[in-house]
Design a protein around this ligand. Sequence first.
Ligand SMILES: Nc1ncnc2c1ncn2[C@@H]1O[C@H](COP(=O)(O)OP(=O)(O)O)[C@@H](O)[C@H]1O
Ligand SMILES: [Mg+2]
Length: 249
Amino acid sequence: MAELFLVADDLHKSFNDHKAVNGVTFTIARNEIFGLLGPNGAGKTTTIRMLSTVLDPDAGEVKISGFSTREHPNEARALIGVCPQELALYEDLSAFDNLMFFGRLVGMNSREAKAQTMSNLAMMGLETRAKDKVSKFSGGMKRRVNLGIALMGQPKLLFLDEPTVGIDPQSRNKIFETIQGLRQKGMTVLYTTHYMEEADRLCDRIAIMDGGKIVAMDTSRALKANIGDPDKTTLEDVFLKLTGRSLRD
Ligand SMILES: Nc1ncnc2c1ncn2[C@@H]1O[C@H](COP(=O)(O)OP(=O)(O)O)[C@@H](O)[C@H]1O
Ligand SMILES: [Mg+2]
């Protein structure tokens, strides 16, 4: 049995009277790419926020490499990187300074922060634009800066919340290749998207969420086999079958 790197056990979170996450349980093996799919409002971001110690669950437990996020939040945090859905960047700073700032914030000395900044900017194909202000960047470039920031501190587990929404194919491809390369080097990844073909290509296993619950969880092929011939069924067919065709906000 593969080593479980993340355990989410019966997570619950309500906002006012609305149950955003309603009993979510899953595990991610070390070095796995795990996909969390679901329509808008399904509870994906709220789940990621609880897993990454940004939000306290109302009930349930998260363990990262054995560290309970409730009892040992600092040990858990030291292992994770978060690429949030809403860009978290300083528009007035250069790409270089954005990464440096974050490296210093998480406790690196300037030499270490600089080394990681240079290496992450190169990984994201931004080395020639390092000194330009982020406010001049395209959406795809900003997304790549966001990922470069998430990788500061060389996390073992990376949370990616819809990292490819509304960006150019080149940036999307770069983000894809980067994630695959990081996995080759041993990273564990939780990937949230509503692009089905992306999840199909990238993820070892997929959980489909709707209304705060996981409604199915398996390999893409097994999910497809559940509803028809897996060679003729798409993940989008599975998704629509499970989550319905009614439109979401
Ligand atoms: N801070 C918040 N305050 C109130 N409601 C929230 C908050 N965050 C999320 N919600 C609600 O919780 C539900 C799940 O949201 P979210 O986790 O962002 O879903 P997803 O990321 O799958 O689109 C939605 O109905 C959303 O409006
Ligand atoms: Mg979201």
